[in-house]
Write a protein that binds this ligand. Structure first.
Ligand code: PRT
Ligand code: ZN
Length: 285
């Protein structure tokens, strides 16, 4: 039987989260053995550990069928691979930054300036689109020190918390792209491999949906039930269980994580009590 070969980062910011995602999908991996290629005992998948920069090429060549990379790497490498799914972790942005003390006057600031980056493709596309003529200075690392040592006037780099920029006396002035980990795939997979990828995607989506929702239980007086149900409609509709206490019910439902505090405030206003909120492990709707 064929196996789907997935390339993931060997060690770095994407590695742990990628393996964790597979685990949550019931695809266990004996990682940390130092081996380059590891098979899963419980799903027809084998994982190839690589440097993140090499993953788009390996997938384009068909050496790996799919891979997990940052969207920034996918956009920079420009390989003929398909973006299958955004995975919601390792979020960051690619931004232009300049010395803190310099006044920023808008994009025209970059006209005829020198910008250091490890992402020349994305940067030159952005500059071209905005009709800015600047010199791109490609370096392979420690981009943030370039302005301080007189190598460049500005930088174009990954920003997450912003603390690296801050400690190098730089400020972020333009966000050029947002990035997160993504699943990419070779554009033509065999029917058997496509089937495995679809099964895996189904599991990934169930895990992701679960992460974005919470299970909620609460007690409410019966005369307020209707209004409370309007606030937490649930997947189909909430379950209602009568309490031993006369005139009260327990309500169970599912709510989106992003509306969480909003919903809790409204529920309290309507007289809900004993609210319990529980993480959901998998969600199949
Ligand atoms: O060895 P290999 O080539 O495989 O790894 P790598 O060193 O090239 O990549 P790695 O592990 O650093 O990052 C892998 C991916 O994680 C990136 O391609 C991004 O998609 C994503 N990611 C998320 C980040 C960050 N957050 C991040 N903060 N990648 C890099 N950084 C850097 C950033 O450049 C900055 O210099 O971390 C520094 C700290 O950021 P602040 O803003 O939090 O201070
Ligand atoms: Zn890399």
């Amino acid at each position: 039987m064929e196996k789907l070969r997935i390339a993931i980062q060997k060690s770095g910011r994407l590695s742990e989260k990628s393996i964790e995602l597979f685990n949550e999908c019931g695809v266990t991996l004996d990682a940390g053995t130092g081996r380059l290629l590891v098979s899963s005992p419980d799903f027809p998948v084998e994982v190839l550990f690589l440097r993140d920069d090499d993953i788009p090429q390996y997938v384009a060549d068909g050496v790996a069928d799919t891979g997990i990379v940052g969207e920034n790497v996918y956009a920079e490498k420009q390989k003929p691979v398909a973006l299958i799914e955004r995975l919601g972790f390792s979020k960051c942005r690619l931004s232009l930054a300049i010395p803190k003390t310099v006044d920023y006057t808008g994009l025209s600031y970059f006209q005829n300036k020198k910008i250091a980056t490890t992402y020349p493709v994305i940067l030159s596309k952005f500059l071209k689109e905005n009709k800015i003529n600047a010199e791109i200075h490609e370096i392979s690392g420690s981009v943030e020190i370039a302005p301080g040592i007189g190598l460049a006037d500005a930088i174009f780099d990954i920003v997450s918390s912003g603390s690296t920029l801050f400690s190098n006396n730089l400020k972020e002035v333009e966000v050029v792209m947002k990035s997160e980990a993504i699943l990419i795939a070779h554009p033509q997979l065999t029917a058997e491999k496509q089937k495995i990828l679809n099964d895996l995607l189904f599991r990934i989506r169930s895990v992701q949906k679960a992460r974005k929702h919470k299970y909620i239980l609460l007690n409410a007086p019966n005369d307020k039930l209707k209004e409370i149900i309007d606030i937490i409609p649930g997947m189909k509709s909430p379950s209602i269980v009568p309490l031993a206490k006369e005139g009260w019910s327990s309500l169970h439902s599912v709510i989106p994580e992003k509306d969480f505090w909003n919903i809790i405030d409204k529920l309290q206003e309507k007289g809900a009590q004993g609210i319990l909120v529980i993480p959901i492990e998998k969600m199949i709707v």
